[in-house]
Design a protein around this ligand. Sequence first.
Ligand code: DGJ
Length: 326
Amino acid sequence: MKKTICIVGALVAVGLQACKSVQQKGIDLTVKPGAIWQDTNQEVINAHGGGLLKRGKNYYWYGEIRGKSASEGVSVYSSKDLIHWENKGVALAKSKDSTSEIAVGGLMERPKVIFNEKTNKYVMWFHLELPRQGYKAARAGIAVSDNPTGPFTYLKSFRPNGNMSRDMTLFVDDDGSAYHIYSSRENYDLRVVKLTADYLDVTKEDTLLFSKHREAPAIFKKDGKYFLITSGCTGWDPNAATLHSANSIFGPWKLEGDPMRGPMAEKTFDGQSTYILTVDSKKNQYIFMADRWKPKDLKDSRYLWLPISFENGIPLVQWQNEWKIK
Ligand code: DGJ
């Protein structure tokens, strides 16, 4: 009798084990662009205008924490599979000191974080607007941390080489040089400036990319070529994206047209670019990331993540209701 119970017990244990490993293998890696996306605590992810950073096996997602309209700092989430995100809290908090440049009432938009191999520091740049001035200040803000999840320490803000700086992104090239790409001159100009070796400041290598009234820059590099997706300037409302390509980050940049394909492609699927993640360049895996803004409730703005495909070497973003991370 005892023997039978034992055998049954062992079979149940083996069965449970098998079941567990099937579940593990069967982790759902489906992306549903535009759907509500919850973190591992079942809270809706609050990381708008965001950017990603990979360190080791972990991805970090930094973004704007938004209330109904307020800008409430920068959040950070972590994930190993790009689908299940754990909230790691506030990476950069608003200051309680009302005289601070990052006091409540101002704006921190489009935060991007890069890692500096020489200093071992995580460096965050973002679009900073000072309290009670709307979008007048047009400055780049910089913060730094020893850890990817922060807390980041706010350092300073400025206009790169005196140029207005609103929507922006960061890009680290193969040789470790980093660049800040930014909308300038009331957003009529898109510029790029090379950062100093510690990534905490700008150099004088600061060039106009084009004057086409574009914002929301998102860039990646493939086989030595740079690709840049931008939006038009219509506030929170969607518009048509364009793709430019170049052999040097300083240009010349060639217009390749609108890379979006599918329903609402001419309005970037009701979204606006924010970042392009290189998942695996050898396997041609890149993810285009955009925000579907909800100006009446910015916190509820949705995320559009879509894979980039290539046609004759030119990137395209085909709408899909859902797709799987490979
Ligand atoms: C468009 C920008 O891309 C957003 O980041 C934000 O600044 C809105 N304009 C505000 O209208």
